[in-house]
Design a protein around this ligand. Sequence first.
Ligand SMILES: [Zn+2]
Length: 156
Amino acid sequence: MRCLGCGEECDGLLMGWCEVCRRAMFLDVETTEDGVLLGGVLTSRPGRATWYDAEGLLEVIRALHIGMLMGHNLKFDLQVLARAGLEWDVLWESLPEWVQALDDTELMAYCVGFEDLRLKALETQELGLWHPTYKEVKGSGRSLRLSAVLGAWSCS
Ligand SMILES: [Zn+2]
């Protein structure tokens, strides 16, 4: 069965989520220039992420059963999801302790004194990583629709 978060084939899924993804997920949404949700990426481990289109991302966010949701400027991502139809009470119920369950790497970077808080700048500067653009993700990334995963989930 495939994990809803990382898309990995895993034994022992709980509510559709593997053990690693149940601890914490990192979210990054992509929008059009005028802020309309195109889709987003969820990841729980280095080198592994799952791209969802807008509809699939809203479905998987509604099915969250995780300990912590992180993002870079997470407030923006959550606002985009709310405009796209995510109900706050659904997210509230899926996270164990609302305030403690959200974390923002942009705020962390600000608190430790970085001047350039852009994710692409920080990941390149601090980790030597490269962050693909939406076009690069969409063109080469894997699309995993929740509906494809729900079949396996409903069997668990
Ligand atoms: Zn997983």
